[in-house]
Design a protein around this ligand. Structure first.
Ligand code: MN
Length: 235
């Protein structure tokens, strides 16, 4: 390809990949920071991710408000994205999801660990945020700036934050790293739950996560290209 892909086109592809691979369903969303203006990010209008095309992508400021006139429905939880971009300059892509693979770790007293080499993308720590702790009874949607700021604080410098009784929010330095972390964290979650039914499970040590968890661009692109090939359009 001689013409570089636009961030909107790449984001539309990421939406469809993450839906196709079981991270997103009718709900959940993925965003990417503007490539030249760090105070802006791209996110689709309110739409099931598998249906997102480039034409559905809108630009937002870090207050998660659309830039310019907007007469379409927006994701109610879009503050998650602006809230994290505000405090994590290293983060350029974010996915919020409710994947069945990770929900058991948000419901039961289970710790999400690294159990395979690709799963090392999870990182050494996976914090668990409980909206109830700070905000009492809510509808378990993150729709306010103070709720998003609390979630971002809990995420800290990690790659994933689990959300009690809700789902997860994953961050990456690029859309490709984000897709890799989102998908392989779900794979590792599925594997460790299945393995637990056969007995105690073993997991990577912190040293092993340090050694295994550095994935070069070539690895991220190899996975991205595979996931693109699995899209119905082959795009
Ligand atoms: Mn949600």
């Amino acid at each position: 390809m001689t013409v570089p892909e636009s961030p909107q086109a790449a984001l539309a592809t990421a939406n469809r990949i993450l839906a196709r691979e079981g991270v997103l369903d009718a709900f959940g969303h993925v965003s990417v920071r503007h490539p030249t203006d760090p105070t802006r990010f791209y996110l689709a209008r309110s739409l099931a991710p598998e249906l997102v095309t480039e034409a559905d992508i809108l630009e937002f400021d870090l207050a998660s408000q659309p830039v310019g006139p907007c007469d379409v429905a927006l994701y109610s939880e879009r503050v998650i994205h602006g809230g994290i971009y505000q405090v994590r300059p290293d983060v350029n892509a974010i996915c919020h999801h409710h994947a069945p693979a990770v929900l058991p770790f948000c419901l039961a007293d289970l710790t999400l660990r690294v159990v395979t080499q690709l799963g090392a993308t999870i990182g050494k720590q996976v914090p668990l945020w409980d909206q109830r702790t700070e905000f009492g009874a809510t509808n378990h949607l993150v729709t306010r700036a103070d709720e998003a700021a609390s979630l971002a604080r809990c995420l800290g410098t990690n790659g994933i934050v689990l959300m009690k009784r809700h789902g997860a929010t994953v961050v990456g330095s690029s859309l490709r790293e984000l897709a890799f972390r989102s998908i392989y964290s779900c794979r590792d979650a599925e594997l460790q739950l299945r393995a637990r039914s056969y007995g105690p499970i073993d997991s990577f040590t912190d040293d092993e996560i340090d050694l295994a968890g550095k994935f070069p661009e070539a690895t991220l692109s190899r996975a991205w290209n595979y996931w693109c090939a699995r899209l119905p359009s082959g795009a």
